[in-house]
Design a protein around this ligand. Sequence first.
Ligand code: NAD
Length: 377
Amino acid sequence: MNGKIAFIPGDGIGPEVAAPAAAVLDAAGALFGHVFHRAELPAGGRAVDETGVPLPPETLEEAKRCDAVFLGAVGGPKWDDLPVNLRPERALLDIRRELGVFVNLRPVSLAAPLRSVCPLKDEILSAGGPGGKPVFDFLIVRELTGGIYFGARGRSEDGSSAWDTESYSRPEIERVLEAAYAAAAERRKKVCVVDKANVLESSRLWRETALRMSGSCPGIETSFLYVDNAAMQLIRAPGSFDVIVTSNMFGDILSDEASALTGSIGMLPSASLAGVPGRRPGPARPLMGIYEPIHGSAPDIAGKDIANPLGAVLSAAMMLRYSFGLEKEAAAVEAAVNSVLEKGYRTADISGRGGKERLAGTREMGEAVVQALEEQA
Ligand code: NAD
């Protein structure tokens, strides 16, 4: 396989976590006989500094010519006072919209070696979990190119009032639900639709659409939760969830909450896809995706070589799986991550200061994953 990746390291810790992800992709390529070409492109704050805009047209054009996009993270205090359309984060919204990546997959699971940094008690972890074991493993399916982040917004003339609009069409909801049901079919066959249908009309449309679709998905259990209750159930019984499907803003917030259960936001990967996985158009036309850890640019720890690169590395594994159809290679990267955790490697954010732990910086953690991958040869 000869793949081409638009590689956007971004700002803050973005380049620090992107480097290990690139090294792991190279190692996976060498191990399994693939070549992944990387076109390094500016976006975010770096692009504002270099070109005056957060998403230069050249970056977008090149990204469209590639098979997939990898993104570290963008943003930082240096650019916080810019007008909203020039802020680095604007690049994320624009590239998602332009590449049509409407669904965002965020797997959330507790790696067994990280049990000690999960803040929940054993009895909570066991509640509703698969086989009553103290683990959880669920997938958040988030709508990505609609809702309040893209709706009309404004201010009154005197600036004393402001509004943002949550708006969804049925087709926008249907395609995300379709991705959720497809994912559930490969997992534990449960879909939980999270909304605020007791208050919001747009949520009522989500619920109505899900009820209709559930009728044509036999064998998959559909349930509904209001978002406030869902936020609570994630803490009370994370093991009860399989696939959570929800709107752009609810998914954004719930996945940060969920990340805390895994020990650190630095552990969580994501894939934003332009189609439903499993219904790929075929090897000749890969499924376009943007792959990025769910965390931001973490200016508080940037430049210190202490950021956790595993969310970025696991995002690269998702790229292998969804955009390149390389399941064996993706699983090998995930196994390598698990192996370094089992060996005791810990970045500071996931360190429980246990006896067999080995505190590692960003670079050392990346090198350990590459080595674990090479050991599989
Ligand atoms: P953040 O995710 O950057 O950081 C939140 C906290 O988590 C910080 O304490 C940080 O040190 C820690 N953290 C984050 N990633 C980590 C990692 N890999 N290893 C260890 N610790 C990690 O969120 P924030 O502070 O709200 O935002 C900082 C900047 O990032 C802002 O400019 C924001 O707009 C931007 N942002 C970008 C993205 C993106 O590029 N996709 C996402 C969210 C926020």
